[in-house]
Design a protein around this ligand. Structure first.
Ligand SMILES: Nc1ncnc2c1ncn2[C@@H]1O[C@H](COP(=O)(O)OP(=O)(O)OP(=O)(O)O)[C@@H](O)[C@H]1O
Length: 362
């Protein structure tokens, strides 16, 4: 059975600043399963960092309940407030590794000392600490640079050291707070792939805070979109990708498709005739579009004109998007749509008559 390793329920965080109240997080419920790579996306100021800092109580919530690996760390209701003991919290925090945008390494210490530092309170002997730090550096591919200083390494390498350090106490959860935001695309991809590797090899649960949707698309299986302190949409990556309900989600997740829809709305809508409608077809795996569209014509007498097509890779799986105008009798169109659905093509009505499932919010 899937275990919910992080359970944030009805979390609010309000900052008081000189008479002004900033509601950074408002009534958020987020559950993360063990083994998830959960992406939390949103523009700057949406409340992402504040929310994840609640997981290990680096940020105390103003209201709500925090449970990690079956232990309630915090619970506040109108009647009472319960906080886990300092000792227990310290233990818990060791099991939650964190990496940050600017790596936060000790620049005057060697790479291996940076990692060893995290093992200070582990109870291990100095020799064992050294050996474990070495193993961790080997794991992130930096074993041979153990005596270098952080400033002698590239950004990507420094983040690898930070990951090794974050893994020192064998955490169950790794939180990456904009961990790839300061890196170039190549290093970003390598760090993300390393996180995915750790997830697959060790079952490490990853919470990935980012404003870069590409990072989420590359490795996450779940995603939550934050805006103004709230989660506006959350769920399975593929499902959100193929059927985003909110405009902001589409901006983040849709990338090219979101722009295409805007352009199509501006230029194509007026041209639709009464026997035409525009649909978005999304399908997983390699392109099967052409034969399908030929079949629509041959079997149902429905013409399908491709006006936009795109392919993206979600977690290593190609996902194709086609915008087509289909033209035919209402019965023919319905048969065509039923047929496509049977082929596991996800269909979203963009414009025209007879809305099908998944009609979009404007
Ligand atoms: N300690 C604090 N005191 C007062 N306000 C704060 C504090 N921390 C965050 N805020 C405010 O809370 C809101 C959410 O900030 P937060 O850093 O969580 O957003 P974010 O989505 O992580 O954005 P960024 O990526 O820019 O950090 C912002 O308006 C921010 O100014």
């Amino acid at each position: 059975m899937t275990k919910e390793i992080i359970k944030l329920d009805n979390i609010s965080v309000t900052f008081e600043q000189k008479k002004k109240k900033i509601k950074a997080v408002q009534d958020i419920t987020l559950h993360v399963n063990q083994g998830d790579i959960y992406g939390v996306v949103g523009y700057s100021g949406a409340g992402k960092s504040t929310l994840v800092r609640v997981i290990n109580l680096l940020q105390l919530p103003s209201a709500g309940r925090v449970e990690v690996s079956g232990d309630v760390l915090y619970e506040k209701s109108a009647q009472s407030q319960q906080i886990v003991s300092t000792k227990k919290l310290r233990e818990k925090r060791r099991k939650i590794g964190m990496i940050f945008q600017h790596f936060n390494l000790l620049n005057e210490q060697t790479v291996i000392r940076n990692v060893a530092f995290a093992l200070k309170h582990s109870g291990l002997k100095e020799k064992e600490i050294e050996a474990k730090a070495q193993r961790l550096l080997d794991l992130v591919g930096l074993g041979s640079r153990k005596n270098a200083y952080p400033t002698q390494l590239s950004g990507g390498q420094q983040q690898r050291v930070a990951i090794a350090r974050a893994l020192a106490n064998d955490p169950e959860i790794l939180i990456s707070d904009e961990g790839t935001s300061a890196l170039d695309p190549k290093n970003t991809a390598q760090i993300l792939d390393l996180l995915k590797d750790l997830n697959e090899k060790f079952g490490l649960t990853v919470v990935l805070i980012t404003h870069e949707m590409d990072a989420v698309k590359r490795i996450a299986n779940k995603v939550a979109v934050m805006d103004n302190g709230r989660i506006i949409e959350q769920g399975d990556l593929l499902q959100i990708f193929t059927n985003a309900k909110k405009q902001l989600t589409r901006e983040f997740i849709g990338g090219g498709s979101a722009k295409a829809i805007a352009t199509l709305r501006d230029f194509q809508l007026a041209k639709l005739k009464s026997d035409e409608r525009m649909v978005q077809l999304t399908y997983i795996g390699n392109s099967v579009s052409e034969p399908l569209l030929v079949k629509l014509y041959r079997d149902f007498d429905v013409e399908a004109n491709i006006i936009y097509s795109n392919i993206e890779v979600l977690r290593g799986t190609p996902v194709g998007t086609l915008f087509v105008i289909i033209k035919g009798t209402p019965a023919g169109q319905q048969q065509a749509i039923d047929y496509l659905k049977a082929q596991k093509v996800i269909i979203t009505q963009i414009a025209g008559q007879k809305p099908t499932e998944g009609s979009r919010e404007k």
